[in-house]
Every structure is written in structure tokens, then in C-alpha cells.
Design a protein. Structure first.
Length: 81
């Protein structure tokens, strides 16, 4: 699990460089003030100089508060062919 600050520090340091981050929304489910999205995407770039390209599923959970939707959790899983 990577917290936001740690992820941003890796990007700022140059250890993690993304050349592609794309996704296609597959579904959205809304339950009162909670929404869950499912998307399939690609993450590509370099990690400490080593190239990578991963196909992955992303599940995001949003909560509606003060008139805005806020993402409160993201889970990313490998997409198995």
C-alpha cells in the first residue's frame, strides 16, 4: 500500500516516471452518498530506471460530502489476461 505523500515523493525524486497512465471506466455504482467505480487501464514508465508496463484494474470509492464527491480509497490490481 502506498500513501499519497510517499507516491508523490517517488515521482518528485525521479525514481518513478510515468509515460502512460490511461484507463477506461467500466462501471459506476452509486449507493446514497457512496459511489464505487471500476476501470481498466495501463500504467507504464520506469521504476529506478527499469521500464515497466502494467495492465491493471482500479477500484475507487467516493463519498459525497459538503456538495462534493471525494475519493477516499483506491485499490489497484493486476489485470490477468
Amino acid at each position: 500500500m502506498q500513501e499519497r505523500a510517499g507516491f508523490l515523493a517517488l515521482v518528485a525524486s525521479g525514481e518513478l516516471v510515468h509515460t502512460e497512465m490511461s484507463s477506461e471506466l467500466v462501471s459506476v455504482r452509486v449507493h446514497d452518498d457512496v459511489a464505487v467505480t471500476l476501470a481498466r487501464g495501463v500504467s507504464a514508465g520506469t521504476w529506478r530506471g527499469t521500464p515497466f508496463r502494467d495492465e491493471e484494474w482500479s477500484v475507487d470509492t467516493f463519498v459525497h460530502r459538503d456538495g462534493r464527491w471525494r475519493c477516499v480509497h483506491t485499490a489497484v490490481l493486476p489485470a490477468v489476461p
